[in-house]
Design a protein around this ligand. Structure first.
Ligand SMILES: Nc1nc2c(ncn2[C@@H]2O[C@H](COP(=O)(O)OP(=O)(O)OP(=O)(O)O)[C@@H](O)[C@H]2O)c(=O)[nH]1
Ligand SMILES: [Mg+2]
Length: 205
């Protein structure tokens, strides 16, 4: 696994569902990680902050059902959002999911950016376009990330970025190609995170 030399310290803060339970981090800028169930959100957080098991990775899609908050370098926070679109999640959870994400996106004043994760082998759909639209209306920067790029042979990677970007109206070069097992895309991703959050390169402010 590649190391991110810029991350010196990371701590789990808490899990929450309701805005009244969201941590008060005194104005620290926040980055949320969103994407379909099983796309690799928790794995990306672990890769970004050099931890194997900080965010819980699971072979069972739909495992992360709460919003999980982390603080990195005491400079910014990360929120691991529950995944969208896993058919086997009980209906009651599906009903909770939309309002839970909406309350977070609308109510989290410190939210500055959204990492939107999409699988290299799957075309994004309405959910992703909707989220991008919502973010642009609300002044939230979106960093589109294409995960599991290691599942494709190298010659298929750029075409996959182009195919994921096309329905979103984004050129391939705007998308970060990411692999959790080997850390592909880490430098690019970190550079964008730092820019979106307005931090210096070491992730402190
Ligand atoms: N090959 C490969 N596998 C990955 C990558 N990212 C995640 N995975 C695997 O995909 C599965 C799901 O990863 P998670 O990180 O738990 O995905 P998630 O989006 O957090 O899933 P939910 O919390 O259930 O929505 C796990 O088996 C991971 O090991 C990647 O870049 N490459
Ligand atoms: Mg997860």
């Amino acid at each position: 696994m590649a190391e991110n030399p810029h991350v010196k310290q990371v701590r789990f803060v808490k899990s929450a569902v309701h805005p009244s339970d969201f941590p008060d981090l005194e104005g620290m800028p926040e980055l949320a990680v969103a994407g379909r169930s099983n796309v690799g959100k928790s794995s990306l957080i672990n890769g970004l902050v050099n931890r194997r098991r900080l965010a819980k990775v699971s072979n069972t899609p739909g495992r992360t059902q709460l919003l999980n908050f982390f603080v990195v370098n005491e400079a910014f926070s990360l929120c691991d959002l529950p995944g969208y679109g896993y058919a086997k999640v009980p209906l009651v959870m599906k009903r909770q999911w939309g309002p839970m994400i909406e309350r977070y996106l609308e109510g989290r004043d410190t939210l500055r950016g959204l990492l939107l994760l999409m699988d290299a082998r799957r075309e994004p759909g309405e959910w992703e376009t909707g989220l991008i639209g919502w973010c642009s209306e609300h002044g939230i920067a979106v960093i589109p990330v294409v995960t599991k790029i290691d599942k494709l042979v190298p010659s298929k990677r750029m075409p996959a970025l182009a195919a994921v970007g096309r329905p979103l109206g984004l050129p391939a070069k705007q998308l970060v190609g990411w692999s959790a097992p080997n850390g592909d895309g880490l430098e690019d991703l970190w550079g964008r995170v730092v820019r979106v959050l307005g931090l210096d390169v070491d992730g402190s402010d």
